[in-house]
Write a protein that binds this ligand. Structure first.
Ligand SMILES: *[C@@H]1O[C@H](CO)[C@@H](O)[C@H](O)[C@H]1NC(C)=O
Length: 153
């Protein structure tokens, strides 16, 4: 015959076992492949000003993020083949990166001798309201340039 104490003991051991499995599952979710799956898809639209250079061969990099250390970085956005960043054009990019909650800064880096005048950059993502950063100015060469609206402290 089974005593009530035995049932309680079995239950306690079963729960401990479940707890162990859960802990194990949590630590294994830190493997890089699963981390990559947790990244978020963003749509980035960049409008090039109608008073920019006709086109540009400059290398363009982009970085943006939130106030919690989540930064999305794209090393190269330009593509001479598909003729990105022509005067008056809009270019759309799909970029995967860390899941930012509220994007509050954005910087562009231009590297080259053609020059480029973006009008604005618009970012949309799954956990952030769409946000537009206005530029309307020729970017300086080889320095990160942009906006930081994050509230510190
Ligand atoms: C600009 O591009 C050159 C290669 O043409 C590279 O050596 C240099 O490090 C780049 N500068 C920046 C700030 O990215």
């Amino acid at each position: 015959m089974i005593k009530p104490e035995q049932i309680v003991f079995s239950l306690v051991f079963a729960l401990l076992g479940l707890g162990f499995l859960r802990l194990h599952a949590a630590s294994s979710s830190l493997t890089p492949s699963l981390q990559a799956k947790r990244s978020c898809p963003y749509t980035v639209i960049i409008k090039t000003s109608c008073s920019s250079t006709t086109s540009t061969r400059d290398r363009i990099s982009l970085a943006y993020g939130d106030a919690h250390g989540n930064e999305v970085y794209a090393k190269r956005l330009d593509d001479p083949v598909s003729r990105t960043f022509e005067r008056c054009s809009s270019d759309k990019f799909h970029i995967d990166g860390p899941c930012a909650r509220d994007i509050c800064y954005l910087n562009l880096l231009r590297n080259g001798s053609d020059g480029w005048k973006p009008e604005f950059v618009k970012i949309s993502g799954p956990h952030t309201n769409p946000i537009i950063f206005d530029f309307n100015t020729f970017l300086p060469n080889r320095v990160w340039f942009g906006h930081n609206l994050c509230h510190h402290g």
